[in-house]
Design a protein around this ligand. Sequence first.
Ligand code: CP
Ligand code: NVA
Length: 319
Amino acid sequence: MKKKTAPPPAGKGLRGRDFISIDDCSTKEITALLRLGAAMKANPKKYRRALDGKMMALIFEKPSLRTRTTFTVGMSQLGGDSILLTPADISLGKRESVYDVAKNLERMVDGIMIRTFAHAICTSMALNARIPVINGLTDHEHPCQAMADFLTIRECRKNLRALKLAYVGDGNNVAHSLMLIAAKLGATLFLGTPAAHKPDPAVMERAGALARDEGGAIHWSEDPAAAVRGADVVYTDTWASMGQEDEAEARRAVFTPYRVNRALFGLAKKDALFMHCLPAHRGEEVTDEVIDSPNSVVFVQAENRLHVQKAIMFELLRD
Ligand code: CP
Ligand code: NVA
């Protein structure tokens, strides 16, 4: 078995590695991936044979528009192909164990993207498959989203280290990956979440330490206004993530003060960006007047999933 719990020493590149957490990559590696994503966006034709003949398995245990489309289109644009595996096909962990699926797929394809519930399923797939595994969202992290988010911010703002980002709402998977990437890139992130829905304390601690090393900071407050005041970027996500549908009603009451409406968004800088990973629940975590305003870059974020994931797949799967 090849594996692979910690990243190899810097300089070995990303070839053959997994992309499970933003914390799998150094600041230098993240910066290089963002640069390659931007180059692929600017000149897609140059990369159309980059992964000639390579095959990705795309495992989805939750629904998806953006992740499924961008991985499928991205692989095709790089000269490779992909196969979709849904619960109806493989019933991961029920019809067959994660270990057995990993040991089969490593003989058939060149890489695996997995969207699942428990983060441990994703790490177990990565540990057992001798091919790169990419996290397409778990309950704990959404690293490809965070990469697309920073590709988007990088297009709009020159100095990432001078940025003040605000994330308001649920301290969830998207918040975790955003905290880690903001910290690694030396930005300052203010989180505004209900006390009962703070991000995982281990991620808070890790992101805080990384931010201190890079000259940034991670702050938390229960007050959404304190988080948003003076921000360059205001980010939110759904109040009830996939798998939490039963809690949606109860969460609505707790999260209402965190809705990004004109009044809350108005506390940010005049030219602040509004960001959301999508799907958005219009009228809940964000109002139409904010998500449809000229400050909103939500569809650029969605497009940038394609470009940055092409960069990630290329670096992991290249010969
Ligand atoms: N943002 C995101 O991951 O979208 P999907 O759930 O549609 O893939
Ligand atoms: N936090 C959301 C993100 C969807 C892309 C969820 O996990 O459902």
